[in-house]
Design a protein around this ligand. Sequence first.
Ligand code: HEM
Length: 884
Amino acid sequence: MLYESKAYSLRCSVHPNSFHLILKASQKLCVKKPPVFYLNYRNIQGKGIATPTLLLAFSKFPEQESQDISQAAERMEMSIQVANCLFGFFLSDILSADLLAMIANISGCLPYMLPPKCPNNCLANKYRLITGACNNREHPRWGASNTALARWLPPAYEDGLSQPRGWDPSIRYNGVQLPLVREVTRKIIHVSNEAVTEDNLYSDIIMVWGQYIDHDIAFTPQSTSRTTFLNGMECQMTCEKQNPCFPIKVRFLIPSREIPGMDCLPFYRSSPACSTGDHGILFGNLSTLNPRQQINGLTSFLDASTVYGSTPATENKLRNLTSKEGLLRVNVKYYDNHREYLPFTDRIPSPCAQDSNSSEGERIECFMAGDSRSSEVTSLAAMHTLWLREHNRLARALKNINGHWSAETVYQEARKIVGALHQIITLRDYIPKIIGPDAFNLYIGLYTGYDPTMNPTVSNIFSTAAFRFGHATIQPIVRRLNAQYLDDPELPNLHLHEVFFSPWRLIKEGGLDPLLRGLLAHSAKLQVQDQLLNEELTEKLFVLSNNGSLDLASLNLQRGRDHGLPGYNDWREFCGLPKLETHTDLNTIITNHNVTEKIMELYHNPSNIDVWLGGLVEDFLPGARTGPLFACIIGKQMKALRDGDRFWWENDNVFTEAQKHELKKHSLSRVICDNTGISEVPADAFQLGKFPQDFKHCDNIPGMNLEAWQEFYQEEEICGTPKSVENGDFVYCSEFGKSTVTYSCQYGFRLQGAEQLTCTNKGWNFEAPVCIDINECENEINPPCSPSTKCINTKGSYKCLHTDPYKLSEDGRTCLGNAHFLFPVSANTLVMTCGITLSLIINCRKKTENDNSPAKKLPSCKQTDVFHDMTYIQSIFQLWFRTT
Ligand code: HEM
């Protein structure tokens, strides 16, 4: 029997009684489309140059765990919508907690909604977990990676649940339509590359620090599906709004558009989060009416996730596990005057640009770091590289003075110091310059200790609007300087678009030093009301050739609507600022009245203004680089990140007084001195100065003395050195005056035996444990390989072996068929994908072999079809999920 699929509308083309037929059909039809990134791999191989959409997808491509979560969440959301469709429009009345629990479980969401297991050993107070979980003992998911961004105000969706503002053009806001975001960009935000006012106080590296630190705390993955869930249309090929496509409509065609003639730019909605709850089993309050939330793939904490990652899998890839010095992996092919570079990504061929003069076959791939966006621009890649070097420098020095430390101890101690330095540079040197002294005192103030009632989770408004203020401080030109801080004819100025995803320019054009000198000695761009974003960002974002472009300003505005951010005035009220009702009110906070004029022309009412734009055009506070609204949001967020972090560097018992004293001496300038060939820097890297008068020799830049970390080792007389274990390590940890050691295993292994050993007068109280290999192939909940491949367990990992006629694609999880047809390797994913492509399923038309007549549309369910028999509903769901 053959089945054909044809898309009709979701609401609602199937009667519950027909469900068993559909079930069968779905077995044949449920084929998951690969994520946009992998689909386009062949484009890279073919034409050699990646399109801007592909580059954005690459930089917004979540790593495996976020991917699993976002797909699970998409499945769950879609399943609930479909259940709603199948069983009636008043689902919340009839859908029991049990059924929701079942959907959560089968969609794959459940494991991510349960509270994490927090370790109860000595180390739990010594080092933060890589996921950020268990920082707060009462709320272990606060600030953890892959949880929902916090909402400080309820979301504003057009349907109250999920539909972005501006989705339905017939909906009016204060009597008018919202303007198209691209029109806002064209008329208010965009300026030419020449229209730049230089910041007279701050250097260009302050912009880089902003972006770098943002990538420590916020990463909102976008849907990994490249097609609409309902009818499988490619988002790149359609201007229709259908999840996850939310195309940016353009009034005037953009000549360099990827698909000529289309009047929109592609936009993928951010993935929804599984559930917003953070505690216990939450089905009591898991309602179908929970509005859509978005995920933060990173830990919220300022903890150098950029260097170490936010999940065990990423951390494992970044560490050099064979070194005794607790080092991070480095590039084995290229060095910068004997100094290290970041390793290349393992997702090859990566979409990064290649040097057109490179020798045959030579490829410089995108870098791999704790955050996946490290190659986005060369300045960001340089900052990541600096901190990789700083970790390895510290680790070697720590091992040197503490020969008895295990590799794990050295790694964790260096990681702890690097994390503390990120916090110090951000809160002491960066934030006061951005929000100004008054807002700093008002919203942040002096540190008074850890506050366990403070939720540190990064908020949606911070990452989707306020902290994107930095986009208005980006110079359109990249400058590189020689050792005398002079222009170098060998290294001409570049347009920003020439450094997007171009790690080769670091490696082949002089390494880090010339670029960092350019950033230190040139000013940042000043955010000026009628000079917001330059054409490099609005017309040439991620352009590597003339194969299309994106527009960062429109992406920001559309993202705000996608996330359901309430309008500008709601946020002003949230911050206790007066609501602006009229054009005249607006003129009181925006000095440039031409700008107010243009804003009112497009938005008609101040309450309609998209919050990113509203915050961006406010007059600066005194001594600040933001207006009152963004200063409030950034200030509140920073306070939450500081006071809600149990491992904050100033909190009691995190560092000794002597160590804190040393940490305070350190600075970004010192990090540059210690890890590059640069010998003269400004004392404060963010402060703009003239060379040579405002620069200091590195000998005069203070730094830490690591002796404060020296531990004098006296071997336990009775117990001796603890036994080392294969594929694991131990860390000394004193608790209640007793000497203890805690063991842990490498990723892919699990501990068998006692985790913690204490020295007693009879020796160690337990035998040392062993690390045993985890057999990933036995994971039934989320099998790593598809039924079409054979899962082979290997030591610490697994392999998916393809069986003809399929071969494994570059992602290592997807099967590539003869006809270049991709489908997912994971059986579970396969099942669940049925959840998200259910419209295909429910719109299946039955067609027998001899039946040539046009298939009939399945009967529609109407509101009157509401189905109240819970047992039946449950069994249908169970059956559906099991059999597909
Ligand atoms: C050349 C420099 C930069 C480039 C090319 C760049 C590009 C981008 C892009 C493409 C996005 C995703 C837009 C979307 O689809 O929603 C983004 C997000 C973001 N950017 Fe930038 N950006 C730069 C600098 C900065 C700076 C200086 C800051 C802050 C001071 C910043 C803060 C952010 C934030 C907070 C997000 C949201 C992150 C998330 O939640 O995923 N960016 N940026």
